[in-house]
Design a protein around this ligand. Structure first.
Ligand SMILES: [Zn+2]
Length: 114
């Protein structure tokens, strides 16, 4: 048996698309889209939301509606830092003088966890 989720987009059922129309003449409705649950680890481009939202717009509508609650799940009370080493290389060409800034993560120092 295949599992399905209803799209969690709060306005999904208000989008005027033919694939949302259900019911018989006189009692037709626009219905929230049904999403076939798939093994997202097998999708090259999966971002993890695809089994719960039919499209990015529905995901964003959900986030907008539940923003305060979503932020409360992982509040950021201080900045995180990634240790890096910065080297600058100056060079000139026929357009002028330039500086290449190379940023590399310093794996020998610990990264902020949070
Ligand atoms: Zn949707």
């Amino acid at each position: 048996m295949t599992d399905y989720n209803w799209c969690h987009g709060p306005r999904c059922h208000k989008q005027h698309t033919q694939d949302r129309i259900r019911g018989v003449k006189g009692s037709k409705v626009l219905r929230t889209k049904k999403i076939k649950v798939q093994d997202l680890s097998r999708w090259y481009y999966s971002q993890g939301w695809e089994n719960h939202f039919c499209k990015v717009a529905c995901l964003m509508d959900f986030i907008k509606e539940h923003f305060t609650s979503v932020i409360a799940l992982g509040p950021r009370t201080e900045a995180l830092e990634t240790p890096i080493n910065v080297t600058q290389e100056k060079y000139s060409d026929h357009w002028g003088n330039h500086t290449n800034t190379k940023i590399e993560v310093d794996e020998t120092r610990s990264t902020s966890v949070g």
